[in-house]
Design a protein around this ligand. Structure first.
Ligand code: SAH
Length: 214
C-alpha cells in the first residue's frame, strides 16, 4: 500500500538506508546527524519522492539542493570533532548548513541570494540549529571579522580557489571545494595545510552550480 502523502518518514528511512549502504560513507556520526534532518522541509514544494531522492533537486533562483550522499561525503571529508568553527559558502536551502550545525561548534554561512538565505533561516530555526550565523553577501570575500575558521566548505564551484578564503583558514585547517568552470569537468578538492602551505588533493569529479562573483 502506498503511504499517505503526509507520511514522509518512510521516504526518509529509505533514503537513510541507501546512504548507509554506500561503502564510502563510513562516518556513523555524520549519518546519525543526517538522520535528524528530514530533507523535505528544505524543499516543501517538491513531491516527497523527489525531496528524498539521492540526487540534487531544484530550489528557486536556478539553484539546487545538493545530493544527500555528496553532502554526507563532503562532511565526512571535513574530519570534524565537534569543536570547529566552519565557514560555508552557498547556504542555498540550508541542508548542508543544518548537517554541519549538528556536528560542529559554529557555522558561518554566506549566500548571495537574499530570498534563499531568508528561507534557510526559517528552516534552520525550525530544526533548532542555534549555532548558525547567516549572511547575505559575496562568498568570494569570506567573513573576515569571524576568521580564522577551522574548516572552509564551498557548495558552489569557483573557477579557482579564492585566495581570500584560503587566508581565512586556520593553521590546522581543512578546505573542501568543487572547482572548475561550468562547461568543463569540476573536481572536488581537499586542501590541508602542510608547513603553512595549503596542499590540495583531487578527490572526485562533481557537478555544482557556479560560484558567481557579484
Ligand atoms: N548546500 C546547498 C547548495 C546550494 S547551491 C544546499 O544543500 O541547499 C549553491 C549556492 O551557492 C546557491 O544557493 C548560490 O546562490 C550560492 N552562491 C553562488 N555564488 C555565491 C557567492 N559568490 N557567494 C555566496 N553564495 C553563492
Amino acid at each position: 500500500m502506498k503511504p499517505p502523502s503526509s507520511d514522509w518518514q518512510n521516504y526518509h528511512q529509505r533514503l537513510m538506508k541507501k546512504l548507509q549502504g554506500y561503502r564510502v560513507l563510513t562516518d556513523l556520526t555524520v549519518l546519525t546527524a543526517l538522520d535528524s534532518i528530514p530533507r523535505h522541509i528544505f524543499v516543501p514544494e517538491l513531491p516527497l519522492e523527489q525531496a528524498f531522492s539521492d540526487s540534487a533537486q531544484p530550489i528557486s533562483d536556478q539553484q539546487t539542493i545538493s545530493q544527500p550522499s555528496l553532502v554526507a561525503w563532503m562532511t565526512q571529508l571535513l574530519e570534524l570533532s565537534g569543536s570547529e568553527r566552519v565557514l560555508e559558502i552557498g547556504t542555498g536551502s540550508g541542508y548542508q548548513t543544518a548537517l554541519l550545525s549538528r556536528l560542529v561548534k559554529e557555522v558561518w554561512s554566506i549566500e548571495r541570494i537574499q530570498g534563499l538565505s531568508a528561507r534557510a533561516a526559517k528552516v534552520l530555526q525550525q530544526l533548532n540549529c542555534q549555532n548558525v550565523h547567516l549572511r547575505v553577501g559575496d562568498g568570494y570575500l569570506g567573513w573576515p571579522e569571524a576568521a580564522p575558521f577551522d574548516r572552509v566548505i564551498l557548495t558552489a564551484a569557483p573557477p579557482q580557489i579564492p585566495k581570500a578564503l584560503e587566508q581565512q583558514l586556520s593553521e590546522a585547517g581543512l578546505f573542501i571545494a568543487p572547482v572548475g568552470n561550468q562547461n568543463e569537468t569540476q573536481h572536488l578538492l581537499r586542501g590541508k595545510k602542510q608547513n603553512k602551505t595549503l596542499v590540495y588533493q583531487q578527490l572526485a569529479e562533481v557537478q555544482f552550480v557556479p560560484m558567481l562573483a557579484d
